[in-house]
Structure formats: structure tokens, C-alpha cells
Design a protein around this ligand. Sequence first.
Ligand code: AGP
Length: 615
Amino acid sequence: MCGITGYVGGREKSVRLVLDNLKKLEYRGYDSAGVAVVAADTHDVTVLKRQGKLGNLEAALDGLGAARGTVIAHTRWATHGRPSDGNAHPHCDCTGRIALIHNGIIENYLSLKERLLAEGHVFHSDTDTEVLAHLIESHLKRNGGKMEMAVRGALAEVTGAYAVCVVSEQEPETIYAAKTASPLIIGLGEGENFLASDIPAVMGHTRRVLVLEDGDFARITPDGVTLTTVAGEPITRDEFAVTWDVRTAEKGGYPHFMLKEIHDQPQTIRDTLRGRVTEGNQITFPELKLPTAKLLDFHRIVIVACGTAYHAGMVGKSFYEHLLRRPVEVQVASEFRYNDPIVDQHTLAIIISQSGETADTLAALREAKVKGATTLAIVNVVGSSIAREADEVIYTYAGLEISVASTKAYVSQLIALYLIGLYIAQQENKLDREVVAAYVEQLKALPRQVAQILTQADAIAELARPLAHSSSFFFLGRGFDYAVALEAALKLKEVSYIHAEAYAAGEMKHGPLALVEPGVSVVCFATQSALYDKMLSNVKEVKARDGAAIAVVKEGDEGLDARSVDSVIRIPGTHDTFMPVLAIIPAQLLAYHIAAALGREIDQPRNLAKSVTVE
Ligand code: AGP
């Protein structure tokens, strides 16, 4: 996701300083970079932007490298508009006297842009962000030139997520900053202050930090920081002393990216939902070009993906068949094109990939296109090959996922799949508005419920430690829980190197039960109301063979307790079809803590790569 840095103060070569700080945020991933400086002497605003790595921007600095003044800089992870020099931040108003950088999404940018175009503003990029620069200019004209009021007025009109920093020729020693949903911190210095989207960026200069909260608005000058709400109500935030080292700080204080990314998931779900749910709790996909008539004309849906994305696809298959009553096939991408797939112009091929670069998945996409299917990609990395080549793209907005073991990308894929299924059902009039709204309400509750499960992280860590000595694992489930079991087993294998298999619970007695003995651990997912009693029987079969049984159940389901299993993890309940989002969280934590107990290379497991670009 985007990275932000800024500086106000009297240092020489402040552009260099801010770009060096920005390098500390490279781990967040980006596709272009840019900087704006308000010169200390002339007060002119100069902006420089380049597609690609920070090195490209640095190579183009020339005299700007030695410039002194107030500086904001940005690394962009494309959302609206492809990666390019023009779409890179900062963005300016028509006069070039205001420059700003932004992390997040301005949801109502289209309506604002129409209004601003009608007022005569000229746009130079495809981004949502540029709207904000012109909106500030528009407010400035109307209020007689009061910069602070203009920034507040513009922000009050914007909906969506933002961390935003604004500089201007008019107030050369001031940065206005605000945040809602995207991170922003202020590093406090003596006669100078720093801004950044994450703490590592300022740690070379100060350990005193203010972490801004949603709705905060800051006026930052060399001499101090004034905090208010966007509406102008004064607020205070406690200063916080950073005691971590830089590597730990990049991971948000967690020992590994995997654990950080597990804990990111409440926000990930919000980010995937953002902009796709109307005020009336109906589903909207402004990015889809596909006419509704075409959407309803598909005779079959084929979902194709690899690894974790394939497991998300399995949940999608069950959900779509349940909701749409249409046949849905889910195929492993590496097999798809060799299976002579039954795909034609009446097929919707849904291609799922975090990276958008997985070789087998890309090849499957091409195969589906050649056979005449309409392809819809669910992708995390904007501008990736799969995103570019698919007919339609739905981005998951999970942000950069660094750990090889996918966690937050998986959850974001589930949310995207649910939204697409509900969207088709809604467009088909298969569901009443009230029913769609009820589903959406449950989706919107998921971030809070995931956060609630994460409060059990310490207890799950305790539970995990002795399990690290297991000789092997089984993960069992029925219905939606079977798909979860597959993903849970993959997670454990990847990071702990313990052999793990997932089975549809009813299959155990057809063979695998022979392997259950002391030392074998069996994680049983029992979150599906209609199948709960059947799972109880399967758990008993395991316990009768002296395997260690760990059950994941919904709060209130008391059939499995300390008398029938070795451990129970209770999670909140939602619609059964959405339970995979909640049930996978304890499994991710178990996998992580078992691997940690074994001292594994958690973020980069042996033999694995984050993006598998070979067949
Ligand atoms: C998941 O933990 C794995 N790293 C792997 O299975 C991954 O999901 C698979 O390689 C697909 O990657 P993609 O989503 O980038 O296409």
C-alpha cells in the first residue's frame, strides 16, 4: 500500500532526508514515487514524480536533491489509474500552488470530479486523489483564501479512506494532515517535525511519535502540532516512545510479517468491502463493465486458481451453488488447461490470484479466453499480468502481503467471492433487497468478529506449543468447513513443515482413520449448523483412536467440550456460508505458533516462493 513521508523544519537537503525516510517504507510495496517541496527561500512548489522504483525518482532529482524546505513524498500502490508518472503522487490543483499526497480511496471521487470539471478545473491524471487537490482549490476560492478552512472543507466532502498530507505556497512552513482508515503518524522533533505512514520511516530522527486516529486533523509546523477533528474540535493524543528496533517496527511490532498480516485482517475485510456496499446495503461494483444481461446469461461458472486462492475458490463454489443454483466447477490452475476444460462463450471463468502473476493461473486465464469464456479476475496486485489480461478485474485491496504463507489475501478473496455471488443474485432478482441487506449486514460484522477471535491469540499460542510435537495433523470438516480444513492444512504444512492432510470428515473411515494414533493431532471444524451432529460422530471416531482432538466451534454450541475433545476454540457465529472467514483465523494462529515453537523461517519457508512464476 502507499507510503507517505513528510518534513517541516530548517534542515539542509530536506528533500534527500524525506526520500531516505521513504526508503524505510519500501517493504509496503509500490509502483511509482514522487516528491513535492515548498522551497524555503522562494516558496515555490516543485513536484517530481516517476514510475517505478525510488531509484528512478532519485536519478531525476538534479538540483532538487539539494533543495531545502517543507517536503512531502509518496510511494504509490496503484488503485485508480495504472502505474505511470502522471498517476504518481503528489497531485496539484490547477495553479500548481497546492500539492498533496494520499493513501486510501476516495469513494465519491467521480461525482466530485464531475462538479469540479463543470467549475472549469483541469485534471492531469486518472486518480481519485487529484480530485482532492482541486477540491481544496475550489474551497480556497470560495472562502477568500483561507488554506486551513479549505483543507477542512474539502475533507468534509470526501467519503472513503485516506491518510492525506497537503502543502502550499501560501503557508510554506505548514503541512496539513488528516486520516481516516489509512495509517498516519507524526514524529516529533526539536524545531522540526516528521510525518509518515509508518513508524520505521521516522526512527532515524526521533523516537517520539503521535499515532493519529480516524477523524484526526493535524496542522504541523516546525514548532508544533495542533490536533483537532476535521470539523475543528480540539483533541489530544498521547505521545508514544518507540522502543523497538527498525525491523520489528516494519512488522508493526510483531515478530513476523505472517503474524502482523493475521492481525491486519479486520482492516483487510473493511478494505475489500469498501466501495462495494451501498448505503442501503446492496452490492455495487462500479469497476465492472459487464452488462447485466451478459452476467445472467452464463450457463456455468468455472473458478480457477492455485494453492490458497484455490481453497478460496472452493468456498466460492459452495456459496454460488447455494445462492445461484447454477453449476460451478473449481479447478486447480495447473490441471485446467490439460483437462480439455468444458468452457465456451456461455461460461464465466473466475480467476483468483493474490499476485496476479502465478504462471499456471495466467495460462488458465489465457486458455479460458481462447475457448470463448468471459474472464473475471479476483486479484490483489494492481496492474499485474492477470489483472491486465482478464476481461474484468475485481481487486481485493488486501495491501502488500509479505509472508509467503497467505493469510489476509485469502480472507480478502473470500470477501470478494461473496460479494460477486451476492451481486449476481441481486442482479438476477434471485434475492429480495432485504435478504441481500441481511447478508451484507453479516459481512459488515465480520471485521469486529475477526478482531474478537484475535483477542484469543495468546490462548491459541498456549494451545499450539505442545502440538508442535505432533507427528502429523489431520484437518477435518464438512461442507464449507471442508474448504477451511484444506486451507488450514496448507497453512500448517507451509510454515511448520509438519505433515498435514485435510479430509472431508466423512471420508476418514474410508481409509485415513488407520493413521490416527497417539501423537497424531486432529483439528475438527464444526461450524456448520446442519452438519454439527455428524461432526460430533467424526470427532468421537478420532478420540476412540487416541488422537489429540482440537475442535473449532461456534459460541453456544456446547456438544463438544473438554469431556469430548482435548481443546475447544470457540468463535463467534455468522451465516454458515460466511463461517470460513472466522474459522480460518484460529487455524492461521495455530499454524503460526506451532511454526514459531519449532523455530521455523516463518515468513520465508524453505522451498517456497511468494509468487510462482514458473510452471
Ligand atoms: C499460500 O499460502 C501459498 N503461498 C500459495 O498456495 C499461493 O496461494 C499460490 O501460490 C497462489 O498464489 P497467487 O494467489 O499469487 O496466484
